[in-house]
Design a binder for this molecule. Structure first.
Ligand SMILES: [Zn+2]
Length: 305
């Protein structure tokens, strides 16, 4: 299996991990200034990883096909930034970016999802992500509707959501304080949104084998994770479905970004994913890349999507 580097860019911090040395994680703070932050990441890559290594990036905001940030409610100053502009280390031929919820689902396939043919991976962070994994492959959402599971609408509820709609599940459950909510607020939100019932009904009606719970919020508030696990286990009684909790919910997206790095070199992930691959002029890239790497020769022959 080819090596690679995983990068998880979150709202408060970024984390880098090299597949060759997974015990060492390099971390930094996600700044308001995106170019400054991306330059720090670039410097960390230059200092710690050799050239032309596949890179998988987990990113929470929405990006267009050019890699420009279109929305990121927690970091609005990043809107309009081209993700690769400050990161010349990233080789456009062997770099892929994917939604952090899908990366988390990738990361749990060989962990909490082990042994389940199909399941819903729910990610609790700043928002509520949900991705169905079927036969080992995560299924991305269709465009035009709910972008993630958290934007399923609760009928009769008018709580505004940053996405512009009203009554989205994540707005009802997580409230405005999002990942800074207290246990009491989270429990009240889960009950208000009938979270366990909605999730259990979705899983059983879709014929999935169970649900995997993960995301940084569950690491911060483990009592909330235990509550959800208990409620879902009760909901699943007699259905044969399983409710499981990630053992390291902070790291799912980071581990998934490593899987993505492997896919960047031609690995077998679902081609229907909405990957973002850096689009840069290859000659211009090679010139910049060579300069940054102090003259190392680099060729880029694969077609860019
Ligand atoms: Zn919404």
């Amino acid at each position: 299996m080819p090596g690679g580097v995983g990068l998880d860019i979150g709202a408060s911090k970024w984390v880098l991990v090299d597949q060759k040395n997974p015990a060492v994680q390099i971390r930094g703070r996600t700044a308001d200034d995106p170019i400054q932050c991306l330059r720090e990441i670039n410097a960390a890559l230059l200092d710690n990883v050799g050239p032309t290594v596949p890179l998988g990036i987990s990113f929470p905001g929405s990006l267009n096909k050019e890699g420009v940030v279109e929305s990121w409610p927690r970091r609005p100053t990043w809107v309009g930034c081209q993700l690769f502009e400050g990161m010349p280390w990233a080789d456009p031929c062997i770099t892929l970016v994917l939604d952090d919820g899908i990366c988390a689902a990738l990361g749990e396939r060989r962990r909490a999802g082990e042994g389940l043919d199909s399941y819903l991976c729910l990610t609790f962070g700043t928002g509520l992500g949900g991705v169905a994994v079927v036969d080992g492959l995560p299924r991305g959402s269709r465009s035009g509707g709910a972008r993630t599971f958290g934007h399923l609408r609760v009928p009769g509820v008018t709580t505004p959501c940053p996405c512009g709609r009203q009554g989205c599940l994540q707005a009802v459950v997580l409230g405005e304080r999002r990942d800074r909510s207290t246990l009491e607020e989270l429990l009240a939100g889960a009950r208000r949104g009938y979270l366990s019932t909605v999730v259990a009904d979705f899983v059983t009606a879709s014929g999935l084998d169970g649900v995997v719970l993960t995301g940084g919020l569950l690491g911060h508030v483990p009592e909330f994770a235990d509550f959800l696990l208990r409620e879902l286990t009760e909901e699943f009684a007699g259905t044969g479905c399983d409710a499981r909790l990630s053992s390291r919910p902070h790291e799912s997206a980071l581990l998934g970004s490593l899987d993505l790095a492997v896919a960047a070199t031609g690995g077998s992930l679902d081609a229907s994913f909405d990957y973002i691959r850096p689009r840069r002029d290859a000659d211009r890239f090679t010139e910049r890349h060579g300069r940054v790497l102090q003259g190392s020769v680099h060729s880029c022959s694969r077609r860019q999507r």
